[in-house]
Ligand binder design. Structure first.
Ligand SMILES: C[S@@+](CC[C@H](N)C(=O)[O-])C[C@H]1O[C@@H](n2cnc3c(N)ncnc32)[C@H](O)[C@@H]1O
Length: 271
């Protein structure tokens, strides 16, 4: 059997190169280099003051958001399994003069590679769908957080992730909880930024995690959920029928029954 995590690594290495070129401006790298903040409105509004905090950015990709945390005064470490993505992240750090520590490894290995302790674990937008088991994810987060430390997490809503677009109407297509051993296989010729480059590594394996799996995992890992918000917007065009909203976000078209496309939460480790 193919190792799904390895299949995904091949895809992410290739995507990282395409995202670094940023031909469509989707990652707004030139604007970011020029000093603009690149966090989305949701996390920018919810994050609060992180100045002086020791932050672990899990699945940091090309490091842009890690460096946005540094601009807010955080002492940041970014972890990702893609060496190509981290090369881009280190280049971005050099180009902007922002300092962050970038570490290559899987999320499971974070307690060994980046043990912390951290005041904040930050992980957003397109993360746990790449992880087979959110119980492992939650234990990793609890392990690297300092007593009193917090997780900030924002991602696609599982109620949206199960949908497919049928001529402009969304209908459930996938089970609400993907078994660890039976990931969904997706084949995409191009990446999600709109860049038309046809990829060699088109296949990925992904998991949909239900809200009860996510909350249950965090609670079982000893964390207390202190905030949970649902949002009618998503930072990428997850399905074709989505239309642009303000602030680089996407929403359901007018007339479509409304439901949340994303959610965000905070969870705290006891002191
Ligand atoms: C959609 S990106 C993260 C999004 C990030 N907010 C951004 O756009 O900059 C997902 C990242 O997860 C990383 N990734 C996927 N599976 C991983 C794993 N098992 N361990 C560590 N990183 C992983 C990929 O390399 C990729 O950089």
């Amino acid at each position: 059997m193919v190792d799904p995590v390895h299949v995904n690594l091949l895809s992410w290495d290739e995507r990282a190169g395409i995202h670094a070129r940023d031909a469509t401006g989707d990652y707004m790298l030139d604007r970011f280099r020029a000093g603009e903040d690149a966090l989305h409105a949701i996390e920018a509004a919810e994050l609060g003051d992180i100045c002086g905090k020791c932050v672990l950015h899990l699945q940091c990709h090309i490091g842009r958001d890690t460096l946005c945390l540094v601009r807010r005064g955080a002492v940041a470490t970014g972890l990702d399994f893609s060496g190509v993505a981290l090369d881009v992240a280190r280049r971005l750090a050099d180009e902007t003069g922002l300092k962050a520590n970038f570490v290559q490894g899987t999320v499971d290995a974070a307690p060994h590679l980046t043990p912390g302790p951290f005041d904040l674990v930050f992980t957003t937008w397109g993360t746990i769908c790449w992880l087979p088991d959110v119980r492992v994810w939650a234990k990793v987060i609890a392990s690297v957080l300092a007593p009193g430390g917090e997780l900030y997490f924002a991602d696609a809503h599982p109620g949206f992730a199960i949908m497919e677009d049928h001529a402009g109407r969304l209908a459930p297509q996938y089970d609400f909880q993907t078994p660890v051993e039976q990931p969904l296989e997706f084949v995409n010729a191009t990446t999600y930024t709109g860049d038309p480059t046809v990829m060699t590594q088109q296949s990925t394996r992904e998991w949909i995690h239900s809200l009860s799996a996510i909350f249950g995992a965090l609670i079982d890992a000893g964390l207390t959920v202190s905030m949970f918000h649902e949002h009618e917007v998503l930072p990428w065009r997850g399905l074709h029928c989505l239309v642009p909203a303000s602030d680089r976000l996407w929403r359901l078209p007018d007339g479509h029954p409304r439901f949340p496309l994303s959610f965000s939460l905070r969870a705290k480790k006891a002191r």
